[in-house]
Design a protein around this ligand. Structure first.
Ligand code: SF4
Length: 347
C-alpha cells in the first residue's frame, strides 16, 4: 500500500468510528467501511484546504453526518455557532448551514471572509419577513419592543431591538421591561412564547409575524399519539418551532442543544425526535446506546450542502458564495445580537 492509499484507509477508519452509528440516513446510505472509503479522499482534500486557507468550518447539527463528522471544526445550533464565529477570529469561515447563519457569522466577524457552499440554502422562516415588511409592522406597534428570532435575515436583525434563540427566548423576553413584544418572524414560536409567559405569570402581549419553519410546522399531535401507542415508555422531544398543540403533547420542548442534553441525560427505551433528521444522526453518533423511532423530517435547504460544494467553495469561492453586507446593516444587526449576548442567561 503506498502512502496515499495508507492515508485514505486511515481516514476511512476515522470516519467509520463516527458514522457507523448512523442508521437514519435519509438517503438510505449504510455507513460501512466501503462507504467511508469512498468519501475519504474528499474529506482529506477538504481538511488540507482548510489548513492552506486558514479556514474553519462551522456546521449546523441538521447537516448530513459526513459533513458534521468528516470536515466540521465546530458543530452545533445557531447560538453555539454564532458564539464561535464571534470568538474565532479566523480569516475564512465556511458556514455549512443556511444563508442567514452565514450572515450572522459575517455580522459578528466582519474581518473574516465568510462563505457558503450553496447560495440557494435559504430558510422558509427567515425568508418569510423582509426588512421592509418588518418596518411596516413596527409602524403599527410603535411602542413594542421588537424581538427577532435568530432565524432571520441580517436586514430583520438590523431593524430589531434584540435577537433571541430557541434556547434563551423565554428568559430574555421575561426580562424585557416592555409589556408589548413584537416577535418575528416565527408565528408558532411566538404562540409557544405567549403560552410560556402565561404559565410563568408574566404579563406580556405577544404580537407575531406569520413565518413558520417548513420542517417543524409539519408535526401533528396525531404523530405523537400513534408513536406512544406503538412504543411504550417513549419520550417525545420537540423543538419550540413546532405548533403549540405538538409542544403541549411532548415530554420535553427545547432548543437543539437542550434536546440533545435531555436525550443524553434521560433513560427512556425509545425517543421520538420532532425535529430535523440531522439531529437524530448526531445523537446516534454521540449516544449510540439510545433508540430513536422514525418521525424526523428533512430540511431541503440544509440538504443543499455537500462535501463537493464545500471543497469547491474552499478552493475558489464564486462571488455569490461570499457573504457581503452593507456596513450600516451589519452594525445595527451586530447591536441586536450583542443585546442578546448581554441578556442571555449563563448556561
Ligand atoms: S429547519 Fe426550518 S428553520 Fe431550520 S433552516 Fe430549515 S426551514 Fe429554516
Amino acid at each position: 500500500m503506498n502512502a496515499t492509499a495508507h492515508h485514505v484507509a486511515a481516514e476511512a477508519e476515522r470516519l467509520l468510528r463516527s458514522l457507523m452509528h448512523v442508521d437514519c440516513d435519509p438517503r438510505g446510505k449504510t455507513w460501512n467501511y466501503e462507504a467511508c472509503l469512498a468519501i475519504a479522499p474528499l474529506t482529506l482534500e477538504i481538511n488540507e484546504l482548510k489548513k492552506d486557507r486558514g479556514a474553519v468550518i462551522l456546521a449546523h447539527s441538521y447537516l448530513e453526518p459526513e459533513i458534521i463528522y468528516g470536515v466540521a471544526d465546530f458543530r452545533g445550533d445557531s447560538y453555539f455557532l454564532s458564539l464561535k464565529a464571534r470568538e474565532l477570529r479566523a480569516p475564512v469561515i465556511l458556514f455549512a448551514g443556511v444563508v442567514f447563519m452565514a450572515e450572522t457569522a459575517k455580522i459578528l466577524s466582519p474581518a473574516a471572509t465568510v462563505i457558503v457552499p450553496d447560495r440557494d440554502s435559504g430558510c422558509s422562516l427567515a425568508d418569510a419577513l423582509t426588512g421592509d415588511q418588518l418596518r411596516q409592522l413596527k409602524s403599527l406597534y410603535p411602542d413594542a419592543t421588537v424581538v427577532c428570532y435568530i432565524n432571520s435575515t441580517a436586514e430583520v436583525k438590523a431593524a430589531s431591538d434584540v435577537c433571541v434563540t430557541s434556547g434563551n427566548v423565554y428568559a430574555i423576553v421575561e426580562k424585557l421591561p416592555a409589556r408589548r413584544i413584537l416577535f418575528v418572524p416565527d408565528r408558532l414560536m411566538g404562540d409557544n412564547l405567549r403560552t410560556e409567559m402565561k404559565r410563568r405569570g408574566v404579563d406580556k402581549e405577544i404580537i407575531t409575524a406569520d413565518g413558520t419553519c417548513m420542517v417543524h410546522d409539519q408535526f401533528t399531535p396525531t404523530d405523537i399519539t400513534a408513536a406512544r401507542q406503538r412504543y411504550p415508555g417513549l419520550l417525545v422531544v420537540a423543538h419550540p418551532e413546532c405548533p403549540p398543540a405538538v409542544a403541549a403533547a411532548a415530554d420535553f420542548v427545547g432548543s437543539t442543544g437542550a434536546m440533545m442534553k435531555y436525550v443524553k441525560t434521560t433513560g427512556a427505551p425509545y425517543y421520538l425526535m420532532l425535529t430535523e433528521c440531522g439531529l437524530v444522526g448526531r445523537l446516534q453518533v454521540e449516544s449510540p446506546e439510545k433508540a430513536f423511532v422514525g418521525g424526523c423530517r428533512l430540511c431541503p435547504y440544509m440538504k443543499l450542502n455537500s462535501l463537493e460544494k464545500i471543497r469547491d467553495a474552499l478552493k475558489s469561492p464564486r462571488p455569490d458564495q461570499i457573504i457581503t453586507l452593507p456596513e450600516d446593516v451589519r452594525q445595527r444587526a451586530a447591536h441586536c445580537l450583542e443585546q442578546m449576548f448581554a441578556l442571555s442567561p449563563a448556561d
